[in-house]
Ligand binder design. Structure first.
Ligand SMILES: NC(=O)c1ccc[n+]([C@@H]2O[C@H](COP(=O)([O-])OP(=O)(O)OC[C@H]3O[C@@H](n4cnc5c(N)ncnc54)[C@H](O)[C@@H]3O)[C@@H](O)[C@H]2O)c1
Ligand SMILES: N[C@H](CO)Cc1c[nH]c[nH+]1
Ligand SMILES: [Zn+2]
Length: 434
């Protein structure tokens, strides 16, 4: 690298502000993105398909006469499945099997119990009627994201799964369509960005409106999802990828450099951070970064990301490494240390935790089993990986017996009168025995 990657040390006086600066977004970029996304959302809401077609031409350089041309029917998905090379099909099917196996364990069941009066209390779990899946496709195509979005939806029992994926310059990726066939996606539209989020949220003449939009994407997609929340549900803000590696200094520096690159190559705005107490090891990883960078296919994206948002941070020990990591709340956390289990109690905020030197984050992206759609930008402080629970909702169940209505009616009556709500009180009192 011509310029040097950011080096921080927790002992430096301005560490807190330097870290905050590293994690902060450029406000002026934020403002422009917000403006542009709001304009797109308004336009699609008002003009439907016509606006989606115009934005698709503008941002994806794809001009077609009608939205129908942007829908990939089931036959097209099956064709893609049959056309892809056998090794790709086998790998997709193997990954799908592992992702399904993991997510089946998340399936929630309805439950009921009876209290001492025979009153029934419980929770009814219902899948969403229709879910919208955003699969990114700007700088790279993501067949793995198709599986990660669609399989939990299907395991949850969602009746209709609508997928959107941009195809810049009209280049359709057969592996993406094949993955949709394997996962059982119901409808696929080759649209992306904020215009696709708007189409799913508001519906157009061709794209049906959905109940919830899930899936990762770039800053335009993440901002659009934030804006439409309330009209539809969203899973989380899953924006540009991030990795934080805590290393005890005993892993091959080339492995760590490549783990950092693995997320940096997604996006210029991706973030890769290494934390270690071993200063010599930080130097060794920096040397590996410089050595390996020219060998990378996506060298420019990685360079921009590593220089702009990457950092090597020196800490006192593993305890302090965990504290720094908790402040960042990374999407992916690699514990490249001798005894990762021993560190788990200290780790409080991370989308996914990869334990041990042999657990490359990249395996989690494809085939470990857990979901790779994870909270970014510090939102792991309060949100979780995409899962079956994102496609199910819960209704409370309450069924009083006459005895229960009598006993609890008296309690409700007192509380309602305390709130000055006499209709509530009298409604409960009607059911109290004389
Ligand atoms: N968190 C996760 O689970 C996860 C998983 C996979 C990928 N990712 C992230 O998803 C992102 C994928 O980004 P991408 O760009 O490759 O694909 P994308 O599909 O998210 O975005 C492409 C779309 O962005 C829109 N766009 C581009 N420039 C625009 C502009 N100037 N104005 C308005 N709209 C514009 C276009 O409509 C285009 O279709 C990356 O940041 C990657 O790190 C995250
Ligand atoms: N690392 C991404 C989530 O941030 C997921 C992904 C898909 N393909 C490769 N990686
Ligand atoms: Zn990745």
């Amino acid at each position: 690298m011509n310029d040097k990657i950011t080096r921080l040390n927790t002992t430096q006086g301005d560490f807190d502000s330097a870290l905050a600066k590293l994690l902060a977004w450029d406000d002026s970029v934020d403002h422009q993105v917000n403006e542009s996304v709001r304009h797109i959302l308004r336009d699609v809401k008002t003009r439907g398909d016509a606006a989606v077609l115009e934005f698709t031409e503008k941002f994806d350089r794809l001009k077609v006469g009608s939205m129908a041309e942007l829908e990939m029917g089931q036959e097209r998905l099956q064709e893609a499945l049959e056309r892809i090379p056998q090794d790709q099909r086998v790998a997709l099917e193997k990954a799908a099997e592992r992702v399904r196996g993991y997510h089946e364990r998340q399936n929630q069941k309805s439950w009921q119990y009876q209290d001492e009066d025979g009153t029934i209390l419980g929770q009814k779990v219902t899948p969403l009627d229709r879910a919208g899946l955003y699969v990114p496709g700007g700088k790279a195509a993501y067949p793995s994201s198709v599986l990660m979005n669609a399989i939990p939806a299907k395991v949850a029992g969602v009746a209709e799964v609508i997928m959107v994926v941009p195809t810049p310059d009209g280049v359709v990726n057969d592996m993406v369509l094949a993955a949709a066939a394997i996962a059982g996606v119901d409808r696929v539209f080759t649209i992306g960005g904020a215009q696709a989020v708007a189409a799913l949220a508001y519906g157009t003449e061709t794209v049906p409106s959905v109940d919830k939009i899930v899936g990762p994407g770039n800053i335009f997609v993440a901002t659009a999802k934030r804006e439409v929340f309330g009209v539809v549900g969203i899973d989380m803000i899953a924006g540009p990828s991030e990795i934080l590696v805590i290393c005890d200094g005993k892993t091959d520096p080339d492995w760590i450099a490549m783990d950092l690159f693995s997320q940096a190559e997604h996006d210029e705005q991706a973030q890769s951070i290494l934390v270690s107490s071993d200063a010599d090891f930080l130097d060794a990883v920096e040397a590996s970064i410089n050595k390996l960078l020219p060998t990378m296919e996506r060298e420019d994206i990685i360079r921009t990301s590593m220089l702009g948002r990457g950092a090597l941070i020196k800490v006192a020990d593993l305890k302090e490494a965990a504290e720094v990591s908790n402040r960042i709340a990374p999407e992916h956390l690699e514990l490249s240390v001798e005894d990762p289990q021993a560190m788990l109690d200290d780790i409080r905020h991370a989308g996914a935790i990869f334990m041990g030197r042999y657990t490359a984050e990249a395996l989690g992206d494809y085939c470990a089993g857990p979901n790779h759609v994870l909270p970014t930008s510090g939102t792991a402080r309060f949100s979780s990986p995409l899962g079956v629970y994102d496609f199910q909702k819960r209704s409370s169940l309450i069924g009083f017996t006459p005895e229960g209505a009598d006993r609890m009616g008296r309690v409700a009556s007192v509380l309602a009168r305390g709130e000055g709500l006499t209709a509530h009180a009298r409604s409960a009192e009607y059911r109290i025995k004389d």
